[in-house]
Structures are given as structure tokens and as C-alpha cells.
Design a protein around this ligand. Structure first.
Ligand code: ATP
Ligand code: ATP
Ligand code: MG
Ligand code: MG
Lengths: 165, 151, 151, 165
């Protein structure tokens, strides 16, 4: 199973429609400070169902929608789609290719879709059950987590191992 | 559930000892469950010993050593239950050249089972990747992608 | 004490606006005291705007942008009340090449009034220094110094 | 005023007597992970009077004494000396050159000296009064502080500016 494509539009600094294609194996994302690399990481967390605004560096979910510049107006919606090749039948679905989409409108209205069919957030979480994915897992790692994995408070470690077991 | 947890735990432990050794030449590391009636409630303790020292307090480790210890634990979990993909955001920042080499070597070895996507400012990490995307902001405040794909 | 604080605060504020601009080409930053009867009790608010955006929440800034914002505040304080020496431990780790250049440029300009000692893994930061010490552990667990002095 | 020399013996990984000489201007310390660079930074904090063991990455102060390897026994004492050229008469003393020394024995006994004369910790703190130095100041900066300077909890920023005012 691997992530073959991410499409981002209106999410954080990605005002324009942007597509990244990936192969299985090792890829990297580079660029200057503030250019949008961690925003791509946030987009991946978000489309997998992340609900904690702090994990997205915001205090409200609305902040993930492109909020405008001096020469561009804010947008009304953020959308991220992730295409997964279900090569080892790991995902709980009979599809060979699964496209997960999440949308958020400024009104606060949310949409979730699997292969363009509207579903509930719960269905997205279920499809990733037992895969080690899903937003509370160890699939997105940043330096802040190093401190919490090693800290005196061993709750973080517990969570990680429980995900795996 | 309890026996499944213990079985998983022991598999992770075996991996941790191996992975840690690949990062710390003269070091040894292991994990253990603290004393508790219910293993599902026990704390997970990490014990490490680096270059010739005796058992070490985790807090006394250096920035780079802490990062490698945490990465060893995460990779040990992947070997037991591969996460299909894993995004690493600038975790190589505290590492010196030699450790970046070991880190990218480990990524290549695991990338048979796990697709890794790294965000980095480091040239050596970039060299290890087979696909590379550059992100820029030509128009102020708007991100744009430049693909620098190799394969 | 209150008027001294306000005077110092305003001097730091003027510096912050200048220093921030030297790090963020198309950005602007300032600090202000929150509403409070007693300025000695007020919060210090930081407001920044980077590349064409309107006022930004600090939490939405990138890793490198946060580091430069914090360094701008620290340098602004030094300009008002120079700390005779200042040790910087790997603060350049989140910065890209261009920002490392701006950072080392700022260090050189301030090093007339403040002696800076940086700990780094970055080649460009090393090149900016006039004295360099290497630390190694030839004998396991025991640190040893190798001087690579230039001047 | 500038720091011209640091002498470290028995402090953390510096089992052997080690001297660093500095000029005014820009210096840097480099080396592999775990080699001892941040230990030098800790030694500087410590000799300036740092009492918070957490700022020294320890839970007890005794942990700063070299604690031995497979081939070397632990040492009984840690000592750090810092030589300061009092060029602009910033320090509250008539000396041209000031050597601050701090020692800690495994017994828990501590010594502080100024130019080899035993003093109390308070005298060391007083000599740095108003210089912006002293262990609770902004003279030692690491990445963890970036987060706290910018955090929602504005206490940290307050402290920094109060040091300066
Ligand atoms: N909702 C939004 N609308 C527009 N821009 C946003 C939004 N949220 C965040 N940004 C911008 O995105 C930028 C941060 O991007 P990001 O964190 O991805 O940078 P980065 O490439 O990871 O940089 P670094 O190398 O410093 O970590 C900030 O300048 C911020 O202003
Ligand atoms: N009391 C002590 N006795 C002996 N060794 C110690 C003591 N306290 C810490 N150390 C050792 O010092 C090492 C850490 O050194 P330090 O933090 O200075 O590394 P560093 O050069 O800053 O590395 P990095 O680049 O990873 O930040 C650890 O391996 C630790 O075991
Ligand atoms: Mg980032
Ligand atoms: Mg260090």
C-alpha cells in the first residue's frame, strides 16, 4: 500500500491547485523557510482525519483555509485529496485505488468523501483501522515528538505502542 | 489482548536492540515494561548506554542522541507493524554528518516496507531520495511546487 | 521603575522593527504592551506579517520563521542592553541557507558589542566564525578539544 | 567585557582538564553528536550560578560530576572556571580580570571563588548584577527557548524584558 498522489487546494498557503505524485520508496520535500513544506505535512494529517487544531498549528479549524494576501482574497474552502494504491489489500475496502477527500467551508461545514462518495468522518477512520495510519498514529513525525517520546511522562510512548499492538 | 500486547512488545524490543546498535556503534539500548500487575498498564522504560558509559539517564543524552533514540523506537515499531507511509518533518536537523548517513541508510533499508516522505534542509538526506519536490513562494504568500524528480 | 521600563520597552520595540525587517525581506514585525493599568504587569504582544500576508498568528508561522522571530526579539534586547557574551546552541538548525546567511551577518554586526559563541553543525555558520573549537571523544565517554583557531 | 577563558575539569564528559580560550568577536564550537558541545554550554551556565538542575538536563546536581566509563572511574569533583576581561568596567569590581570558579564535590559540598578567594553564591550573582549575565538571563540561547518566547504563555517574554529593563 502506498500514497501515490496528494491534491491540495485552498489549504493554508496552497491557494492554487497543487498535485504531488509519489512512488513507493524514499521521497523528499525541500524549499526555503516558510515556503509551505510543513503545510503539506499538515494537509496529509488533515485529510486522514486530524481533528486537533493544535496538531495543525491553529486555534480554530477555519485557520487552515487560505486566508489571503495583499493581492489575493481569502478563499472560501480548503480541500485535500489523497490517493492510495491498495496494493496489499491493507485498507478495508475492495477498491484497488482509494481517493480520500476532505473539504472545509468557511461556514464551518465539512465534507468527507471516499472515491467521490460522501461519507462520514467515522468511515474514513474505519478504513484506516489497523493500518497504523489515521491521524493519531506514528505516521507523521516531527522533532517535537522526540522530546515527548523520551520524556518522564511515559504516556506518549504507551500510545505509540498501543497503536501497534 | 494482554498476550497480544506482550507478543508485540517483545517483537518491538528485539528490533529496538538491533536498530539502536545500528545508530550507536559502541552503544546498547533496550526497552522494558515497568513492574505492574497488568502489563497493559505498565510504563515502557527505555534504557540506553552510549560509547563506553554505564547506564545513562535519558535526560543527559545530547540533542542528536535523543533524536536517534526516539527514531530507533519508531523504526522498531514499523518493523513489527509497518505503517504504509511515514512523513518525517526535519527530524534530521539535530544530526551530524555521520548520523545523517546512518539515518538515510536506515530509511533506504525500511523503504521496502514503508514509503517515507522526508522534509529536509539537508543535502545528504536529499541525495538519498529518489523523488524530490521543491516548494517555493514565487507569488507572495502562495506556495508553488517545482518537481525535481529523479525517477 | 515604570518610566524606565517603558523607555527600555520602546527602545527594544524600535530595534525589533529594524532587526525583523533585516531577516524578513517583505515582512514587518512589532511588539506592543497589552491593555493593562500597570505597564509593569502588561503582556508583551508580538505582531508579525510575512511576505504579503496580513497580520499573522504566531502559531501559523513555519519552524524557521518562528526561530527568526525569537532571535529578532533577543537581538533587539541586546542592542538596548548588550549582554557581554551570548552562547547560541544550534539555533541555526531550522534555518535554510539564505536565512543562515542573514543570521551570521547579524552576528557579525553585533559582535562589536557582544561576544558570540555558537554551537553548530552548519558549514556556513562555521565559516563566519573567527575562532573555532572542535570537540571529539577519542577515548570513549571522555570529551577532548581540538582547536581549529583562525585568529 | 568579554569571556577570555573557560577551564573545565570533572564536569560532565570533561574528565580531563580542558581549556578554551576566546577572543572578543565570533567563535564557534563544532563536533559530532554526543561529543560534549552542549556540556560546555552547561558548564558556562553552571559557573554563572545556575541552580535549576533541569536547565542542566539533570534531576540532581550531583549528575554534573563526571560519572565514569567502562575504563574510567567516576570522579569526586566537578570544577569550572571562567575568566572575564573586565574591559569596560561593567562588572562590579575593581579587578581588570576576574576569574569565577565553582566546585561541587560528591559529598554535596559546594565552593565558589572569585580570583581564588572563597565567596558565597550570592557574591557571584551580585558581581553580575545589571550586566545581563547571570544564569537566569538571555545569555544562553537554545532552540527550546524559541518555542517558549513565542508561546501563548507570555511569562517567558516578560522575564526577558525585565532582565533588560
Ligand atoms: N490559512 C493560511 N493561509 C495562508 N497562508 C498560511 C495559512 N496558514 C499558514 N500559512 C502560511 O504558511 C507559512 C508556513 O508554511 P510552512 O510551515 O509549511 O513552512 P515550511 O516550508 O515548513 O518552513 P520551515 O522550513 O521554516 O519549516 C507561513 O508563512 C504562514 O503564513
Ligand atoms: N556526568 C557525566 N559524566 C560523564 N558523561 C556525561 C555526564 N553527563 C553527560 N554526559 C555525556 O555527555 C554526552 C552529551 O554531551 P553533549 O550534550 O555535550 O553533546 P553535544 O556535543 O551537544 O551533541 P549534539 O550535537 O547531539 O547536541 C552524553 O553522551 C552523556 O552521556
Ligand atoms: Mg516546516
Ligand atoms: Mg548539543
Amino acid at each position: 500500500m502506498y500514497l501515490s498522489k496528494i491534491k491540495i487546494i485552498g489549504f493554508k498557503s496552497f491557494a492554487n491547485k497543487t498535485e504531488l505524485k509519489f512512488n513507493p520508496g524514499l521521497s523528499c520535500i525541500i524549499g526555503p523557510n516558510g515556503s509551505g513544506k510543513s503545510n503539506i505535512v499538515d494537509a496529509i494529517r488533515w485529510v486522514l482525519g486530524e481533528q486537533r487544531t493544535t496538531a495543525l498549528r491553529s486555534d480554530k479549524m477555519e485557520n487552515v483555509i487560505f486566508n489571503g494576501t495583499r493581492s489575493r482574497k481569502p478563499m472560501g474552502m480548503a480541500e485535500v485529496s489523497m490517493t492510495i494504491e491498495n496494493t496489499k489489500d491493507i485498507l478495508k475496502t475492495e477498491y484497488r485505488q482509494v481517493v480520500i477527500t476532505r473539504r472545509l467551508y468557511r461556514s464551518g461545514e465539512s465534507q468527507y468523501l471516499i472515491n467521490n462518495v460522501p461519507v462520514r468522518l467515522k468511515d474514513i477512520i474505519d478504513i484506516f483501522m489497523d493500518t497504523g495510519l489515521g491521524s493519531n498514529s506514528y505516521s507523521v513525525i516531527e522533532l517535537k515528538m522526540v522530546e515527548s517520546i523520551l520524556s518522564e511522562n511515559k504516556a506518549e510512548r504507551r500510545l505509540l505502542l498501543e497503536e501497534a499492538a | 489482548a494482554r498476550s497480544q500486547f506482550l507478543e508485540t512488545f517483545n517483537a518491538i524490543k528485539v528490533n529496538f536492540e538491533k536498530v539502536f546498535k545500528s545508530f550507536f556503534e559502541n552503544g546498547e539500548g533496550t526497552i522494558s515494561l515497568s513492574e505492574h500487575e497488568d502489563p497493559l498498564e505498565a510504563d515502557i522504560d527505555i534504557h540506553v548506554r552510549t560509547k563506553g558509559k554505564r547506564l545513562q539517564t535519558l535526560s543527559l543524552l545530547s540533542g542528536g542522541e535523543k533524536t536517534l533514540t526516539a527514531i530507533s523506537l519508531l523504526f522498531s515499531i514499523y518493523l513489527v507493524k509497518p505503517s504504509p507511509f511515514c512523513i518525517l518533518d526535519e527530524v534530521d536537523a539535530p544530526l551530524d554528518d555521520i548520523n545523517i548517513g546512518r539515518f538515510t541508510q536506515a530509511l533506504k533499508e525500511f523503504s521496502n516496507n514503508t514509503q517515507f516522505i522526508t522534509v529536509t534542509h539537508n543535502k545528504r538526506t536529499m541525495e538519498a531520495a529518489s523523488t524530490m519536490y521543491g516548494v517555493t513562494m514565487e507569488e507572495e504568500g502562495v506556495s508553488k511546487l517545482v518537481s525535481v524528480k529523479f525517477s
